[in-house]
Design a protein around this ligand. Structure first.
Ligand SMILES: *Cc1c(COP(=O)(O)O)cnc(C)c1O
Length: 394
């Protein structure tokens, strides 16, 4: 039986009756832009994550852009962000006219290395965007302390981590703004594009609300140059149906991760990253070099609630492409997030990015395997078997 990397139908089709009724309700309401459904969705998300304000938007990308605009980041400003992330994080910085300054990553949790951010601080630095990559929080105490000491704004890119927690608090609610994405492959996947911006700051919320709709208030009076970053009523209404099920999806992803860890760690040559927190990875690397590890499994730090948007393995000794080929031939979906760090992208070749060895290494080592909630035991066993066979044949 083939095991896809993601199966959206397995999640959506059991809800199809309710989704159809919801579609009919929106159709009959005749209200397609903003309105009650959108407001209800916003307050439900705000409640789930414990944020004062939630502002639904057209995508996770637009949520980041809107946050930067509300913070008046623009030409002449520098914004720190990881190089090892999805493009949108840095693309939005560049679109405001500001300069993305790329920061290296932790090889254990794959998140921003705050020590490197400190090295890349300049008098022009205005903000930092930690990304909660693959569903696990970045080291927010360190990010917030660094930002506080240097008067930097903090935008948390939580596109892959809605509902993940850092020391008991939901990611997205710790900085000035947090952003989420409902792209279909994210943990709360919609039926098209949508996103959300959250904040606990009422003034910032008010400004972001205006910017979402052309900086307009009242109608046809424009205080700012905003844009159309609105979320469709239909998208909001359909996402509300899935939001009610969301905690089950998360629990199943977590159980899948447990299952993989339990079974894969029995195999010779497979180890788990062992650092207890982000930042002690020199020790971790030394330890790995001393061991015979061929594969390194991901770890959830004890203080984090990881929601496993991806289960990302490091393949050592230059064998990543071989494993990828083997999995594909065995009918197992997999992909590399991300094969090229952002500082090596053509569009950013004009930026003088330096000192990013870990993210370059990760781009050559990582592979993500199926972790979606609806995986059956048989499917997980197939994945485990394929990886076991690959290691044994090596
Ligand atoms: C998906 C993603 C985004 C962008 O979200 P969209 O809804 O696709 O625009 C931004 N940042 C990260 C880290 C993402 O994974």
């Amino acid at each position: 039986m083939p095991v896809p990397l993601l199966d959206v139908n397995a999640q959506n089709l059991p809800l199809q009756e309710e989704l159809r009724e919801t579609f009919d309700r929106v159709l009959q309401s005749g209200r397609f832009i903003m309105g009650e459904e959108m407001e209800a969705f916003e307050s439900e998300v705000a409640q789930m994550v414990g944020a004062k304000h939630a502002i639904s938007v057209s995508s996770g990308t637009d949520a980041i852009l809107l946050a930067l605009m509300a913070l008046e980041i623009g030409p002449g400003d520098e914004v720190l962000c990881p190089s090892f992330t999805f493009f949108a994080t840095a693309g939005c910085i560049a679109r405001t006219g500001a300069t993305p300054v790329f920061v290296d990553s932790c090889p254990v949790c794959f998140n921003i290395d705050v020590n490197d951010a400190k090295r890349k601080l300049s008098s022009k630095t205005k903000a930092i965007i930690p990304v909660h990559l693959f569903g696990q929080s970045a080291a927010m105490d360190e990010v917030l302390a660094f930002a506080g000491e240097n008067s930097l704004r903090v935008i948390e890119d939580g596109a892959q981590a809605i509902g993940a927690k850092y020391k008991g608090k939901a990611v997205g609610t710790l900085g000035d703004f947090g952003t989420y994405s409902f792209f279909p492959s994210k943990n709360l996947g919609g039926f098209g594009d949508a996103g959300m911006l959250v904040t606990n700051d009422s003034q910032l919320a008010e400004k972001a609300l205006m910017l979402r709709n052309h900086g307009m208030q009242p109608k046809y009076y424009h205080k700012y140059v905003g844009g159309n970053f609105r979320c469709d009523a239909l998208q909001a209404a359909l996402l509300r149906v899935k939001l009610r099920e969301y905690h089950h999806y998360t629990a199943k992803r977590q159980a899948n991760a447990e299952y993989y860890l339990e079974h894969l760690l029995r195999i010779d040559g497979i180890e788990q990253a062992s650092a207890s927190d982000c930042g002690c990875f020199e020790q971790q690397n030394a330890q790995l070099k001393a061991s015979q590890a061929k594969l390194v499994l991901p770890v959830a730090y004890e203080y984090n609630e990881h929601i496993w948007n991806q289960f990302t393995i490091r393949v050592l000794d230059g064998k990543r492409e071989a494993l990828r080929q083997y999995l594909i031939e065995s009918g197992i979906g997999c992909d590399t997030y991300y094969p090229v760090p952002l500082h090596q992208q053509e569009c950013f070749s004009g930026l003088a990015s330096t000192g990013l060895p870990i993210c370059e290494q990760l781009a050559g080592e990582v592979i993500s395997i199926p972790i979606y909630p609806e995986l059956t035991k048989e499917q997980k066993d197939e994945v485990i078997e394929a990886i076991t066979d690959f290691i044994a044949a090596d």
